[in-house]
Design a protein around this ligand. Structure first.
Ligand SMILES: Nc1nc2c(ncn2[C@@H]2O[C@H](COP(=O)(O)OP(=O)(O)OP(=O)(O)O)[C@@H](O)[C@H]2O)c(=O)[nH]1
Length: 757
C-alpha cells in the first residue's frame, strides 16, 4: 500500500526531468540551425524603410555588403531582377533565396546614379555566442539536476528545480532570426508568460531562503498571492504584446515596453528586497551566508534590469557588449547558488555528490588548462625545433601529464577538502581519533561511556547515549554522557531495547537515521524519541548483528544534522561496533561473570608469565591465595543468591585495592588467586592485611531483614626468592606454597594471614 504512492512521484519526476532535458536539447539544436541559417544569409547591413523605399543605414566592416561595395546611404532598388520598396518584400525575397553560397545580383541608387551590385551572403557563424548560450543552459540545467535530488526533502529545492529548469528552457530558445512569423510570435509569447511564472517562483523561493518568511509561516496560503501576481504579470505582458502587434496603430505608445519595464523592475526590486531582509534577520551565521550568497547572485541581475529599463543611455550601448554583460550576469546566479549549496549548506547535499562535482570541475579545469598550454606551445616548439622534434616533445609532455594525473588528482582532492570542506575534514579526523582511542579501551563499560561522551563532544550535542544489547543478561546495558537525566534515560532504554519496534526498524534500515526519517516507519516511536530530544539514531552493527544503538540528542547551536555528518557517523559506527564486539569477546574470554575477576585459566597463565619475567629479571614475585571463611554456612543460612552478592562485593573490594599490574582471579568457588609482580614478602603481607581488613569492614543486610552480616577471609602468601628456579617450577611452587599457607591460616583460626617463604 505504502510503496505505490511513493513510487509514482519518483517515476513522474524522472519523466519530467527527461522531458526537460529532451526539450532543452531540441531547442539548442534548433538554435544552432537557426544561427547557421541566419549566418549563411547575412550580408551585414542595417536597413530601414521610408517613403522612398529601403535605405541602407549602416554597413558592417568586413561583411559581404562591404565587399560588394555597399555604403550607408545607398537605396536598394532591386534584387534578382525584382524591384521592391518595402522591408516585407525584401524579407520575402530573402526567404526564397535561401541556398547558401549563391550570389545575389541587384541594383542600388547612390547620389542619383544606379549601380549594379553582386552580393555573396554569408558570415561566419557566431560560435562565441552559441558557446555562451550552451554554457548558460548547462549551468542552469546542472543546478536543476542537483536541486532535483533534494526536492523530496526540501521545498526550496523543489521550487529551485522548477525555476531554474524554466530558465534553462527559456535560455535555450532559438533567437528566431530565420523562424517563420508564427514561431517568432509563439516564442515571444512563451517568453512573456514564462517571465510571469518565474517572477512568482522566485518570490516564493526567496521567501524560503534561508527559512520560510514569518508571515508565510503563520499564513501558508498567502503564497498564492505570489502566483496570482506572477501569472497576472505574465498575462498582462502577453496581452500588451498582442494588443501592440495586432490592434494598436503603428505609431501608438510602446505599451509592451512599458509593461515589461514595470514587471521586470518590480520583480527585481521585490526579490532582492525580500532576500536582503531575510539575510538581515537570519538567526545564524550560516543562514545569513546562505541568503547573502543567493542575493549576491541575484543582485547583478536586479541592478541590470533596473538600469537597462530606466536608464535611456542603455539603448546606445553596443548590442554585442550588452549581450556579453547579460550572459555574465545570468551566469552569476547559478554560480552563487552552487556556492550557497556547497559552502553554506543551502541543501543537505550528500558528500559524495558534493565532492564528486567539485573534483570533477577542478579536474576538468586542470585538463583544459594543460591541453591549452600544450596546443599553444606546439607552434612555438615547431618554430624552435622543427616539426619532428616538437612532435616528440608534445608526446613526452602528454605522457608526463598521464603519469602525473593520479598524484595531481590526489593533491587536488586534498586541497579541495582542506579549502572547501574544513568542517567535514575536522569532524572526520575527530571521529577517526575517537574510533582509534576506543579500540584501545580495555573495559566494556569505559568504552561505552567514552563512546557516548566523545560523540557528544565531537558533534557538540546536548546529550548522547549508548543503548547496548547485553546477551549474557538477556537485557540491556546503557551508558550515558552528561546531559540526560535518569527518567529520560530509562524511557530511551525502553524505546530502544532489543525487542522494541524502533530497534526492529533500525535493524532493517542498517544505517543511521534521523528521528524524523523514522517517522515514515513508526510514527509513535519517532514521536516518543523526539519528545526525549533524540535527533539521530546510529545502529551499531557487527557483521550481520545489531549490537546496540548510539543515540544522539540535539546540537547545542540548534542546527540540524547534515547528511555528511550522518554519513561519517555511519562509517564511524562500523569501527566502533567492531571495537565494542571485540572487547566483549575478549572480556567474556578473560573475565569471570559473577565477580568480574580474571578466569582461573587466565590468572594461571598470568602467573606463568610473571614467573618467567621474575626469573628473567631476577625480581621478586608474590602470590596470595584468598579464601572466604565459613562461606558454606552463609549459603546454607541465607541462600545462594545472597552468597553470590557477597562474592561479587568482596571481589569488587579486592579489585579496587590491587594495582593495575597485579592479576586477581577467581581460582575456585570462594577462593581467589592474586599474583603480585615485583613485590617482596613484606609488600605482599601489607597488601594482604589491607584486603583482610577491608573485607572484614563490610556489612551485608541479611535477606530476612534481621540485621547485618560480616564476612572474613583467610590469606596465604608466599614470595619467590629471586632467580633460583626454572619459571614453570617457580609458578607451581608458589601456587602450592600459597595453598599451604591459606590452609594453615584456616586451621589457625581463620580471618588471618600466613606467609610462607
Ligand atoms: N553462593 C555461592 N556459593 C558458592 C559459590 N561457589 C562456591 N560456593 C559455596 O562455597 C562453599 C564453600 O564451602 P567450604 O569449602 O566447605 O568452605 P567454607 O564453608 O567457606 O569453610 P572454610 O573455607 O573452611 O572457612 C560451598 O557451600 C559452596 O557451595 C558461588 O559461586 N556462589
Amino acid at each position: 500500500m505504502s510503496t505505490a504512492p511513493q513510487a509514482a512521484p519518483r517515476s513522474g519526476g524522472l519523466l519530467g526531468s527527461a522531458a526537460v532535458v529532451v526539450l532543452v536539447a531540441l531547442l539548442l539544436a534548433w538554435s544552432v540551425v537557426d544561427e547557421w541559417r541566419f549566418a549563411s544569409q547575412r550580408i551585414g547591413v542595417l536597413i530601414s524603410q521610408d517613403e522612398q523605399g529601403v535605405l541602407i543605414e549602416d554597413v558592417e566592416p568586413d561583411s559581404p555588403a562591404e565587399r560588394a561595395g555597399l555604403q550607408s546611404g545607398d537605396r536598394v532598388i532591386s534584387l534578382e531582377g525584382r524591384a521592391f520598396s518595402t522591408l516585407e518584400e525584401l524579407d520575402e525575397l530573402f526567404d526564397r533565396h535561401q541556398q547558401p553560397g549563391g550570389v545575389l545580383r541587384g541594383e542600388v541608387a547612390r547620389d542619383g546614379r544606379t549601380l549594379p551590385i553582386e552580393l555573396e551572403p554569408g558570415v561566419p557563424i557566431d560560435l562565441a555566442g552559441l558557446l555562451a548560450k550552451f554554457v548558460l543552459v548547462a549551468a542552469y540545467l546542472g543546478l536543476a539536476a542537483l536541486a532535483s535530488r533534494y526536492r523530496r526533502q526540501d521545498p526550496r529545492a523543489r521550487i529551485l528545480t522548477l525555476f531554474v529548469a524554466l530558465v534553462a528552457v527559456e535560455l535555450a530558445l532559438p533567437a528566431g532570426y530565420t523562424l517563420g512569423e508564427l514561431a517568432v510570435t509563439g516564442t515571444l509569447l512563451f517568453w512573456l508568460l514564462s517571465t510571469g511564472v518565474q517572477f512568482a517562483m522566485e518570490l516564493h523561493l526567496v521567501s524560503l531562503i534561508p527559512k520560510r518568511l514569518p508571515l508565510l509561516q503563520k499564513r501558508p496560503r498567502l503564497v498564492w498571492v505570489y502566483y496570482v501576481i506572477g501569472f497576472g504579470s505574465g498575462f498582462l505582458l502577453a496581452s500588451a504584446a498582442v494588443y501592440q502587434w495586432y490592434l494598436a496603430p503603428p505609431d501608438g505608445p510602446p505599451l509592451l515596453m512599458w509593461t515589461e519595464t514595470a514587471v521586470l523592475v518590480s520583480w527585481a526590486v521585490s526579490v532582492a528586497g525580500i532576500l536582503a531582509w531575510q539575510a538581515w534577520r537570519a538567526e545564524s551565521a550560516r543562514e545569513t551566508n546562505q541568503a547573502l550568497m543567493v542575493l549576491a547572485g541575484l543582485l547583478p541581475w536586479a541592478v541590470y534590469i533596473v538600469v537597462s529599463s530606466v536608464w535611456p543611455g542603455w539603448s546606445r550601448i553596443d548590442p554585442a557588449l550588452a549581450e556579453h554583460i547579460e550572459n555574465v550576469i545570468l551566469l552569476i546566479f547559478p554560480a552563487t547558488v552552487f556556492l550557497a549549496i556547497f559552502r553554506y549548506g543551502l541543501f543537505d547535499v550528500e558528500s559524495l555528490v558534493r565532492r564528486g562535482l567539485v573534483y570533477g570541475a577542478v579536474a576538468l579545469l586542470v585538463i583544459i588548462l594543460l591541453y591549452t598550454l600544450l596546443t599553444t606551445a606546439l607552434p612555438l616548439f615547431e618554430q624552435a625545433f622543427g616539426l619532428r622534434t616538437s612532435q616528440w616533445i608534445v608526446t613526452a609532455c602528454a605522457l608526463i601529464i598521464g603519469i602525473l594525473f593520479r598524484p595531481l588528482r590526489r593533491g587536488i582532492e586534498r586541497l579541495v577538502e582542506r579549502g572547501l570542506f574544513p568542517k567535514r575534514r575536522a569532524l572526520r579526523h575527530r571521529l577517526i581519533q575517537v574510533a582509534r582511542a576506543l579500540s584501545t579501551q580495555g573495559r566494556l563499560e569505559t568504552l561505552v561511556q567514552q563512546l557516548a561522551d566523545e560523540s557528544r563532544q565531537a558533534l557538540d550535542l546536548s546529550w548522547s547515549a549508548v543503548v547496548a544489547v547485553d546477551e549474557a543478561q538477556d537485557g540491556l546495558t546503557t551508558a550515558f554522557s552528561r546531559g540526560i537525566e535518569a527518567d529520560r534515560r530509562e524511557r530511551l532504554t525502553s524505546l530502544l531495547h532489543e525487542r522494541s519496534r524502533a530497534f526492529g526498524h533500525l535493524e532493517r534500515l542498517r544505517r543511521p537515521v534521523t528521528v524524523n526519517r523514522l517517522r515514515r516507519q513508526d510514527e509513535q516511536s519517532a514521536e516518543e524519541l523526539a519528545a526525549i530530544g533524540a535527533e539521530v539514531l546510529v545502529p551499531l552493527y557487527f557483521q550481520r548483528r545489531m549490537i546496540g544503538t548510539l543515540c544522539l540528542g540535539r546540537k547545542h547551536n540548534g542546527e540540524l544534522f547534515r547528511r555528511e555528518e550522518i554519513e561519517l557517523l555511519d562509517l564511524f559506527s562500523h569501527q566502533v561496533a567492531t571495537s565494542l564486539e571485540n572487547l566483549r569477546l575478549f572480556q567474556d574470554a578473560t573475565y569471570e561473570e559473577l565477580t568480574g575477576l580474571l578466569r582461573r585459566e587466565v590468572v594461571l597463565r598470568q602467573l606463568d608469565t610473571e614467573a618467567a619475567r621474575a626469573v628473567r629479571r631476577g625480581t621478586p614475585l608474590s602470590v596470595c591465595m584468598i579464601d572466604l571463611d565459613h562461606f558454606k554456612s552463609v549459603n546454607d543460612a541465607h541462600g545462594h543468591l545472597f552468597g553470590d552478592r557477597i562474592l561479587s562485593r568482596v571481589a569488587g573490594v579486592m579489585r579496587e585495592r590491587v594495582r593495575a599490574v597485579d592479576a586477581i582471579g577467581r581460582y575456585g568457588g570462594e577462593e581467589f588467586l592474586l599474583v603480585l609482580p615485583e613485590t617482596d614478602d613484606e609488600g605482599a603481607r601489607r597488601l594482604a592485611e589491607e584486603l583482610r581488613q577491608a573485607v572484614a569492614d563490610l556489612a551485608f543486610e541479611k535477606p530476612d531483614g534481621s540485621g547485618t552480616l560480616g564476612v572474613t577471609i583467610s590469606i596465604g602468601t608466599t614470595t619467590s626468592a629471586s632467580g633460583k628456579d626454572a619459571p614453570e617450577r617457580l609458578a607451581a611452587r608458589l601456587l602450592q606454597r600459597a595453598d599451604e599457607a591459606v590452609y594453615r591460616a584456616k586451621s589457625g583460626g581463620r580471618n588471618r594471614i600466613i606467609a610462607l617463604p
